[in-house]
Design a protein around this ligand. Structure first.
Ligand code: NAD
Ligand code: IPM
Ligand code: MN
Length: 352
């Protein structure tokens, strides 16, 4: 029997509604397989935890998480209790950083039966490789001056190592897909970091002469994702650009409630973390209408990460079937409740 120890952090808002549905699907997968077992250990770290303890997780929280095979997280953030930069840097971003989850892999694809806002969604299927540890998200050297001229200074950090690592991963991924990598840049306006990014992209593409490439400024690229998403295969982007592009990816699928993500640790020293692209959606929390598909597809990415690709493929197949049957939450034009969608996915899995 293969055992996978998973740390489960539902977090805030709809994270608490969709994570249990993801776990149901994983348990169903284990039942089908018979030879694997998931040991889930839940941690209540969240903004509610902060309200009681003055911190987002215990001081030894990372030490505790280190021993798990993976972390399965919902969403973090409840700005009515804790300012977002405090809650996110105290939990989600802390785990990404400290556990060297240097890449965030975020696919988006067209599903039959989904109401995309695009007139012609036309079978698009792309993956954003988001640099996840540096770029525009940085604490280094930043500060706010509160004297007569109020100024906030924020540095962007781009290392050769981090940039190359993301780009190499993107090219390797493209080798296994349709052989195309697009670089998200902004070297016309961002004077130092983006020309640096472009020069490294130029070097790495020479190592992969069989891969076709394109390089677009982030503003044009955002428009192209809406106008012609089917022309993209793998997109490599800095931390902030990748963040923005992947909400667009969710939106053109039909809802950001569908989009999955995997925060990958490449050196094997720490667990990777699986959490959907969307946030805690306070506007719909408690209504039982949150779309659980982002969380469930994220569970599929965790299965793939464990090398259980066959099971992962079954989960995606079950998601596709349930959408086609019209068992959908309201964000994608249906009227089903969160649990009805996940239960239909589990039922379908049992028949595959
Ligand atoms: P959000 O993703 O939570 O919500 C944006 C919109 O998408 C809302 O209208 C919401 O109802 C809808 N939505 C999101 N997920 C959905 C789902 N599964 N089903 C149906 N509709 C869904 O983004 P936001 O409003 O900018 O942020 C809310 C909070 O979440 C903030 O505290 C933010 O910092 C945090 N956040 C956390 C994460 C994370 O933990 N990974 C990601 C993004 C935002
Ligand atoms: C995401 C989120 C986070 C990010 C926030 C909540 C810090 O938007 O995972 O996409 O920007 O990475
Ligand atoms: Mn985001």
């Amino acid at each position: 029997m293969k055992q996978y120890d998973i740390a489960v952090i539902p977090g805030d808002g709809i994270g608490k509604e969709v994570v249990p549905e993801g776990l149901k699907v994983l348990n169903t997968v284990a039942d089908i397989h018979g030879g694997i077992h998931f040991n889930f250990t839940e941690f209540p770290w969240s903004c509610d935890y902060y309200a009681k303890h003055g911190k987002m997780m215990p001081d030894d929280g990372l030490q505790t998480l280190k021993n798990f095979h993976a972390i399965f997280l919902g969403a973090v953030g409840n700005p009515s209790i804790v300012d977002d930069h405090i809650s996110l840097w105290g939990l989600l971003l802390k785990i990404r950083r400290e556990f060297e989850q240097v890449l965030n892999i975020r696919p988006a694809k067209y599903f039959k039966g989904l109401r995309s806002p695009l007139a012609n969604p036309n079978n698009f299927d792309f993956i954003v490789v988001r640099e996840n540890s540096e770029g525009e998200y940085s604490e280094v050297g930043g500060r706010i001056h509160k004297d007569e001229d109020e100024i906030a200074i924020q540095n962007a950090i781009f290392t050769r190592k981090g940039t190359e690592r993301a780009m190499r991963y993107a090219f390797e991924l493209a080798q296994k897909r349709r052989g195309h990598v697009t670089s998200a840049t902004k070297s016309n306006g961002i004077f130092h970091t983006m020309p640096f990014w472009d020069s490294i992209f130029k070097e790495i593409k020479e190592v992969y002469p069989n891969i076709e490439t394109a390089s677009y400024h982030i503003d044009a690229l955002s428009a192209f994702l809406v106008m012609k998403p089917q022309t993209f295969d793998v997109i490599v982007a800095s931390n902030l650009f990748g963040d923005i592009l992947t909400d667009i990816g969710g939106a053109i699928m039909g809802s950001i409630g569908i989009a999955p993500a995997a925060n990958i640790n490449l050196n094997g020293k720490y667990p990777s973390m699986f959490e959907p692209v969307h946030g805690s959606a306070p506007d719909i929390y408690g209504k039982e209408i949150a779309n659980p598909i982002g969380q469930i597809w994220t569970a599929k990415m965790m299965l793939d990460h464990f090398g259980e690709e066959e099971l992962g493929a079954k989960v995606l197949e079950a998601i596709e079937w349930v959408i086609e049957q019209g068992i959908k939450t309201s964000d994608i034009g249906g009227s089903s409740a969160t649990k009805q969608v996940s239960e239909a996915i589990c039922k379908r899995l049992l028949s595959l």
